[in-house]
Every structure is written in C-alpha cells, then in structure tokens.
Design a protein around this ligand. Structure first.
Ligand code: CUA
Length: 161
C-alpha cells in the first residue's frame, strides 16, 4: 500500500496545488535572477568608504561613495552624463538609513560598518531622487539627494528672462 493511497482526496488536491505553486515560485526566482543580475552585494568594510566622493573611471563609468548620516546624504548632488553606469558604495556614519532610488528599483540599507554596492545604468536624462526609506529619527523626512543625468548632446537651454 503506497503512502498516497491513505491520504484523503482533498488533501491530495492541496498537496498537488502546493507542489505546483512551489515549482512556480522556484521558476520565478530563477527567471528574476537571470533578468536582474545587477543585484546588490555586500563588500568587506573599509574606512575609506566613509569619505563621500564621485570618481570618474572612464567616460561612461562612475564610482560614488555614498554616505548616509543623520540627516543627509553625501554627496547630495551627483552629476553624470546620460548612458553612465554608476557603482554606488553605500554606508552609514551612524544609525541604519535607507538608500532608495525609486525610478531605478534601487532599495538598499545604509548600515554603519557595512558597505552595500549596487550598479545602476542611467539611460535617460533627468533628475533621479535618492531618499532615505528607513526611519532614522526626527530628520528622516529631510534625507534626500539626487542624481542629475545630463545629456551633453542636447543644446543648452536658453535662460529665462
Ligand atoms: Cu535616514 Cu531615514
């Protein structure tokens, strides 16, 4: 007598549905992994990352050391040309902060003593806000920065008189 023959009919149905869902979930995770292979990574801590800076590696590649602290991001404005690929190295100088670029699906925590790295490609010109989305104290709602993506090929705007 097999084990399944003693299982009630309705339980078999539940087992079957559960098994199908499990396969579906695993399959979706595999698809998501292959499609979004720019997942963030954790790097070994180094004090150097606590000094905010923007470094240009070549004409389309930038490195940003983004430092969160109560209640600001540094650098607060990051200028890159359109088509740039930017590596963000994110850390905090005090409590846990968030590092969120909603338009680019970036959602990281900025944690003291930790470096989180994510690579973002900016294909379209515009202003991309960075916000703190982890509650970090009374100034939390003021923690904002922005990535300004310029199109050098576009004609400069005439000044408004
Ligand atoms: Cu920093 Cu909220």
């Amino acid at each position: 007598m097999s084990l399944l023959s003693v299982v009630d009919k309705s339980e078999k149905k539940v087992l079957l549905i559960t098994g199908a869902l499990l396969v579906l979930f695993i399959f979706s995770i595999l698809i998501a992994r292959s499609r979004y292979n720019d997942a963030p990574e954790c790097l070994p801590y180094d004090k150097a990352y606590e000094n905010p800076k923007v470094t240009q590696l070549d004409d389309k590649t930038y490195q940003v050391y983004a430092v969160a602290q109560m209640w600001q991001f540094q650098p607060s404005e990051i200028y890159v040309p359109v088509g740039s690929e930017v590596d963000f190295y994110v850390t905090s100088k005090d409590v846990v902060h968030g590092f969120n670029i909603p338009q680019k699906n970036v959602n990281l925590m900025a944690v003291y003593g930790n470096i989180n790295k994510v690579t973002v490609k900016f294909d379209k010109p515009g202003v991309y806000p960075i916000t703190c989305h982890e509650y970090c104290g009374v100034g939390h709602q003021n923690m904002q920065a922005q990535v300004i993506v310029n199109d050098p090929a576009a004609a400069p705007r005439a000044s408004v008189q």
